[in-house]
Design a protein around this ligand. Structure first.
Ligand SMILES: [Zn+2]
Ligand SMILES: [Zn+2]
Length: 331
C-alpha cells in the first residue's frame, strides 16, 4: 500500500509498505478520508514529541473496514469513523474521570492515516471507533478527532447563550470552537486573527470577526476567551480580554520549554479562571460525534479541498504558508 512517511522535519516521502494484518480485536480500515491537522504541521515544521520520525503520520480518518481480527467489534464493509487513541479506563486518572490524562493514552495511539490502509489497535477499535451514518460524508466524519478536543474544552465550561466569547486564532480549532459555540446557542462569538481568508470562514460559521490589530481590551471584557494559537505571546495577552470573573481557555500547546507570565492581581482579584485542556476522554468523543451527526451542524467551510498522497509535501508547504485550512487526502 502507499503511505506518507514523515522522515524528519521538512521531509515527507510517499512509500510502498506492506498492508498490515489485523490480529485479535484489531480492525483494518481502508482509509476514505484523512484530514490534515495543526499537530501534523507542527511535526513537519519542527518535530513533535508525540510523533516519532521516521514514521507514518496523520491521525484524523474515516473509512471502510477491510479486514478484522478475531472478536473485533466491526465487520468487513462497515463504514466507520473514529479517533486515534483510547483511554485504558483502569488507571488513576481514568478512574477519576480524567480519561484525557490516562497514563497510556499517548503511548497507545495510532498514527498513519495518510495511507491506503490503517490498522486500528484493539483498545481503540473497542472504545473509540463507531459506525459512520450514511448521511455523514467521509470527509466530515474524519473531523471527529479535532472536534473531540474542542468538545473536551467545552465540557469543562458552563456555556451560556448570553455569553460574549472571544476566540483568538482562526485556525481549524478556533473555527471549530466558533461552530460548536454557535451550535450551543451562544449569541456573540468574536473571532480574532490576521489571516483574512480564515476570518471569512469564521464569518460563514456565524462569528463576528476582527483583525488582531483592531483587538483592544474594551468595556467589561469577554465572559470567555479561548486562545487557539499556541503562541506564548497570545497566551499572555489573552487574559487582558477577560472580564472580572471570566474564564480563559489556553488551548493551543506552545513549543516545549517555553513559559508564560500573568498579572497575578488580575488572576486573583478579578478571579479569572484559567483552563488548559489537553486531548479528550470518551465522553467528549461522543459529544463531538453527536454534533457531527446533526444536519444543522456544518463544518464544510473548513475543508480546503481534496489532495492525492503524491502531493503530501506540497500540502504541508501550503499549510505552512497559511494557504488553506484543512486538506483531505483520499488515498
Ligand atoms: Zn488532529
Ligand atoms: Zn487510563
Amino acid at each position: 500500500m502507499r503511505a506518507l512517511i514523515l522522515e524528519e522535519p521538512g521531509s515527507i516521502r510517499l512509500q510502498e509498505t506492506a498492508i498490515p494484518r489485523p490480529s485479535t480485536g484489531e480492525v483494518l480500515i481502508r482509509v476514505k478520508a484523512a484530514t490534515t491537522c495543526g499537530t501534523d504541521l507542527k511535526a513537519y515544521l519542527r518535530g513533535h514529541p508525540q510523533i516519532p520520525m521516521p514514521g507514518g503520520f496523520g491521525h484524523e480518518y474515516s473509512g471502510v473496514v477491510a479486514a478484522v481480527g478475531e472478536g473485533a467489534p466491526f465487520a468487513v464493509g462497515d463504514a466507520v469513523m473514529g479517533v486515534h487513541s483510547a483511554p485504558c479506563q483502569t488507571c488513576f486518572w481514568c478512574l477519576r474521570g480524567q480519561e484525557n490524562l490516562c497514563e497510556s493514552i499517548m503511548a497507545t495511539k495510532v498514527l498513519g492515516s495518510y495511507a491506503e490502509y490503517l490498522l486500528i489497535p484493539e483498545r481503540i477499535a473497542r472504545i473509540n471507533v463507531f459506525p459512520k451514518p450514511a448521511a455523514l460524508s467521509f470527509e466530515m466524519a474524519a473531523l471527529l478527532e479535532p472536534l473531540s478536543c474542542v468538545a473536551q474544552a467545552i465540557e469543562l465550561l458552563r456555556v451560556d447563550a448570553n455569553d460574549r466569547v472571544l476566540i483568538m486564532g482562526p485556525g481549524a480549532i478556533g473555527l471549530m470552537f466558533v461552530a460548536a459555540l454557535k451550535h450551543l446557542g451562544v449569541g456573540e462569538v468574536v473571532l480574532a486573527g490576521r489571516n483574512s481568508a480564515r476570518l471569512e470562514v469564521g464569518e460563514r460559521l456565524g462569528a463576528r470577526t476582527l483583525y488582531n490589530g483592531d483587538l483592544q481590551p474594551e468595556g467589561r471584557g469577554y465572559d470567555l476567551v479561548v486562545e487557539c494559537t499556541g503562541s506564548v505571546e497570545i497566551w499572555e495577552r489573552s487574559l487582558s480580554f477577560s472580564r472580572r470573573g471570566g474564564t480563559v481557555v489556553l488551548f493551543g500547546g506552545c513549543p516545549s520549554g517555553t513559559s508564560a507570565s500573568f498579572d497575578t492581581r488580575r488572576v486573583h482579584y478579578d478571579q479569572i479562571s484559567l483552563l488548559s485542556p489537553f486531548h479528550f476522554g470518551t465522553s467528549a468523543v461522543r459529544t463531538a460525534r453527536r454534533w457531527l451527526m446533526d444536519p444543522n451542524f456544518d463544518l464544510s467551510p473548513l475543508l480546503s479541498g481534496t489532495r492525492e498522497l503524491e502531493d503530501g509535501e506540497q500540502v504541508f508547504r501550503d499549510l505552512r504558508d497559511g494557504v488553506g485550512l484543512k486538506y483531505v487526502f483520499q488515498p
